[in-house]
Design a protein around this ligand. Structure first.
Ligand SMILES: [Zn+2]
Length: 312
């Protein structure tokens, strides 16, 4: 009997080591109080980038010269592990600005996109980056009420926007998406998007539609993109992908009984190529295939198969 597929954990952007401290958010004046608290640290985000020094996020002290409007600040939570210069319980505040600040090479400070950098960060910093990107992206597109069009007001330390006209409360949104490792007889099915540079391949993926289950989305997306009918998909794990607001659900699946693996029917609009790869092809030093970047759930799921330890 074939052993079951092993679930995966610890995807780069799924890691966290922070107490989101949800209960404090609704305390009136909480953000103003945290801004005045000398223990608090500030995290900046600008143009999708964050200040990093030696693969660690820069957590600034708040200067008395800084004048922030509490409505422009989001309370991310408080630290739960001590490190060299931060005590347990340090409040962390996010300020999103329009553009990244300047790199300061002499201080080793660089503004980096966590999409390229988070896999090198600590659990705490990867979790902060994911949370910061997601909540900032939501505020950017949620200024006006989706129900009546009036300008909304920030509440709950940045975790809600209330409409003063119709009374509807708005909360941060996430778009679910599925991504699937399809394996058949020691080969993996990968596709190359029409939007990507030639030679870049990844797992088949797509957004979950309204009123659809995750499993149904897996079966539908894969059949649409490749023509392959799958057996029941097996859940592997999830990772937030706040670029701008996805949550990726990873699955493993094998072909439905009777499905011919060579009968690929590619979605010609979305994909330039869909085909089966052996481990040897992907691992060859002269391989012309580029796999997804190291922070992605796609890469973690492919690497797990390449190592050959996907079964428990
Ligand atoms: Zn409204």
């Amino acid at each position: 009997m074939i052993p079951p597929v092993r679930p995966l954990g610890d995807f780069p952007l799924s890691r966290s080591d922070l107490d989101r401290d949800q209960l404090s958010r609704s305390t009136p004046g909480f953000t103003a109080g945290a801004l005045a608290d000398p223990r608090s640290r500030l995290i900046r985000l600008g143009g999708g980038r964050m200040p990093v020094r030696e693969d660690a996020l820069v957590l600034e002290r708040i200067s008395p010269d800084d004048r922030f409007d509490a409505d422009d600040v989001v309370y991310l939570g408080r630290t739960v592990s001590a490190d060299a210069d931060l005590a347990v319980g340090t409040p962390l505040l996010l300020v999103a600005q329009a553009d990244a600040g300047d790199d300061e090479p002499e201080q080793g400070l660089e503004w980096r996109n966590p999409r390229d950098a988070a896999h090198r960060m600590s659990d705490r910093d990867a979790g902060i980056a994911s949370e910061a990107l997601a909540i900032a992206a939501w505020h950017r597109t949620s200024r006006f009420c989706a129900n009546c069009g009036a300008e909304t007001e920030v509440r709950n330390a940045g975790w809600m926007r209330a409409c003063p006209r119709c009374g509807v409360d708005h909360f941060p949104r996430t778009d679910p998406a599925v991504i699937v490792r399809i394996v058949h007889e020691e080969r993996i099915l990968l596709g190359s998007s029409a939007l990507w540079p030639a030679g870049r391949y990844s797992l088949l993926a797509g957004f979950v539609e309204a009123g659809e289950s995750l499993e149904a989305a897996v079966l539908r997306e894969v059949e649409e993109e490749s023509g392959m009918r799958l057996a029941t998909p097996i859940y592997l794990g999830s990772q937030p992908w706040p670029f701008p607001r996805s949550l990726m659900f990873g699955y493993h699946a094998e072909l439905a009984p009777g499905q011919d693996p060579e009968a690929i029917a590619r979605d010609e609009e979305e994909l330039d190529d869909v085909r089966w790869f052996s481990r040897e092809e992907l691992l060859a030093t002269d391989s012309e295939v580029t796999l997804p970047g190291p922070t992605s759930i796609a890469r973690a799921i492919i690497d797990d198969w390449l190592r050959g330890d996907e079964r428990s």
